[in-house]
Ligand binder design. Sequence first.
Ligand code: SF4
Ligand code: SF4
Ligand code: SF4
Length: 237
Amino acid sequence: MSKITFGEIRRRNQRTSFFLFLILFILMLLSLIQNPWYKAPLEWYFISVLGVIGAFILPAKFGRHYCGQYCPTSFIADGINPVNKAGSILKSRHLRKVFVALFAAIFIITFSPWNMALPASMTQTYWASVFTKFWILWIICPFIIAFPLILILAFWKGGRTWCNYICPWGAIGVALGSPQLLVTAKCTSCKACTKVCPQPEVLVGAIGHQGGQIDKNCLTCLKCVDVCPVQAIEWIK
Ligand code: SF4
Ligand code: SF4
Ligand code: SF4
């Protein structure tokens, strides 16, 4: 009987998460329009809670495991041209800082007390109505800006380009997380892992006869583990 690879497990996890997200997304759309069948927008809270767990709580213990295995976006990104063709601008990761700052600004504005709990007397004012409309940014940013950008970058520079160098959610995972994998001294420097890794630079300081920790930007997709001929890559305990 053939052994199940980490790649098969990853694709199964990603597929399940993608279709769950799709169901929640359709329910969200239904709750936004007048309809006789569905009114309670509970999935808005459910998606928010999942997002907070994925971005802030899991990384502290598991690094970017969410990015490698469970993010619904990763199901699409991992299925597109895996070869990393990112240039120096993307690899500098400065663009990611800009997106983190934008994400933080939108988060603070929409969840600030003057947007969340306006007294009834204020909701009639012009500025109050502008602030409450900032909720629309949570539709525009992911669905109208981020998703098209993810697809363009995936076909142009490699499937995981957004995840590796731009996504603010992923950046939070890197900031809060710690390295998850290490290369042991069994490594023969064959570099098979760098050929399948969506972000080969994370392996540079780890492979070789001394071994070492893989950089915490690693997505923990475990593609490298599947191809290593001497099983040199292990979890950090
Ligand atoms: S980097 Fe962002 S889009 Fe990519 S898998 Fe992680 S959370 Fe999802
Ligand atoms: S080092 Fe391995 S687990 Fe990390 S991103 Fe590269 S292939 Fe995936
Ligand atoms: S595939 Fe394994 S042996 Fe080859 S360089 Fe990578 S960690 Fe080392």
